[in-house]
Each structure stands twice: as C-alpha cells, then as structure tokens.
Write a new protein. Structure first.
Length: 256
C-alpha cells in the first residue's frame, strides 16, 4: 500500500531553493551546495508530473546545482592575473538575492492592495462659491522675482529703522499711573481705626495701606489730626515706634 506524501507548492525552482536555505538556516552567500542539492533532488523526485513545463524548470535548476557541485569538487585554479577563479555559486546567489527582493516587494504590494480595499473614495463635493473664490491678493505676482534672501534683507532694514526710532533713555522709564484716593473716605477709615483701638502704632497703621498714595494720604491725615488736637503722639525713645492715642472726637479736616 502506497503512503501518500503531501508536498509543498512552490512558485518555481528559486522559491524552492530559498525555502531550503531558510529551513536549514544557512548563509545565502555561502550555500552548502551538497546539502541543498540533495534536498532539492529529493523534492524533484517526488514532484507530480502533470505539468511538464513546470517540471522542466525544476529539472534545469537540478542540472545547474549538479554542475555547481561538480565544479566545487575540482581543485581551485588561479587565473592568468594570479587571482582565484570566480566562485561557481556566485551567479546562483545573485539570482536568489534578486528573486528574494522581488518576492518581498510583491508581498508588500499585496499588503498595500489589501489595505486599500478598506478605503472608500468619493468625488469632491466642493460648493461652487468655494471653487470660484479667488484670493484678494495674488502673492506670487506680489513677490515677483524677489527671493527669500532679498525679502529677509528688506525685513532687517525695516526692523533696524524701527529700533532707531526708539529713544534708548526714555524707553527705560516706567509708566506713570495716576492713583486716585477718596480723601473723605480715607479720613473716615483712619479715624475709625484710631478710635476703635484708642492707642495704636503708627507703623501698624501705615502697613495696612494698599499703595504708596494711600500711605502718603494717611500720613497727612495723622498730621492734621495732631494739629486739630484730636490725637496725641509720643515716642518713648529715639528710633522707637510712634504711638497714636485717641484724645477727642474727630472733626472733618481739610488737607491743603
């Protein structure tokens, strides 16, 4: 009883050779021709003989392998220039490399084809108003024969002129902002604070002000309160803090 043997289908003799090289994990630039030839002939002997054209291609490659094997058995000879003769496997290796490259390229194209089948395309549906739109300025005609270098030079000249217009001294000055303080409201706040504490620190009173202008107006209000006799101030020792003491009900004061 015959045992059925299932053979792999290869696209050609080069495809079979690449399979054998990868199967045996050998270097394609240093093919063990004896081993590969033996395995190749074993496959050819078991091939179905249905298509003679396909079989003939494999038989031609088998003859090529046997010819290379015979040349490899002969001693190496030197050429007239003293160089060793060309490796008999060189032409076969070159064909295998070219076939491998085209095979991988075909696989890449196949993947691209399968990927492109997932995309759908439609005709453009751009409104007529958008298609007929023309920019108000034709930048190409505006630029003309100018180059990027020429435009950059012109830009640098304009920037330099703008820098020369700036006063180097005045440009360093800060911006003066006018601060408005409600004198009547500030007097009520200061008087209420002093009256509530009866005695308070002058430094503490000034530290509660929000701006320089508030501090100056508060200082002037305290001076006027001293002048009209509404508060007393004392300082125990030189450089000590000044204490403000509530003395009499406050009256509206005028700071002139």
């Amino acid at each position: 009883m015959a045992i059925p043997v299932k053979l792999e289908v290869f696209e050609g003799p080069l495809d079979l050779l690449l399979h054998l090289i990868e199967k045996n994990k050998v270097d394609i630039y240093d093919i063990p021709i004896s081993l590969i030839t033996e395995q190749y002939l074993e496959y050819v002997q078991n091939m179905p003989r249905e298509d003679l054209n396909v079989v003939s291609e494999f038989m031609v490659m088998a003859a090529t392998l046997l010819d290379i094997k015979c040349k490899m058995l002969l001693p190496k000879q030197e050429t007239e220039e003293g160089e060793e003769e060309i490796d008999p496997r060189a032409e076969l290796v070159q064909k295998l490399l070219e076939y491998k490259m085209y095979k991988y390229m075909s696989l890449e194209l196949k993947d691209m084809q399968m990927g492109s089948e997932r995309y759908l395309y439609k005709k453009p549906t751009i409104p007529k108003e958008v298609q007929s739109y023309k920019p108000p300025v034709d930048y190409e005609s505006l630029v003309g024969d100018s180059t990027l270098q020429a435009l950059n030079d012109l830009f640098q000249v304009i920037m330099k002129r703008n820098e020369e217009k700036v006063d180097p001294i005045r440009s360093g000055f800060g911006k003066i902002v006018k601060e408005e303080v409600d004198l009547d409201q500030k007097q009520l706040e200061v008087c209420a604070y002093i009256e509530a504490h009866k005695e308070c620190s002058f430094t503490e009173l000034l530290s509660k002000q929000r701006s320089k202008m508030d501090t100056i107006v508060t200082f002037l209000i305290v001076l006027e309160l001293i002048k009209v006799g509404s508060v007393d101030v004392r300082q125990d020792k030189a450089f000590d803090d000044i204490l403000i003491t509530f003395k009499a009900p406050f009256v509206k004061i005028e700071i002139g």
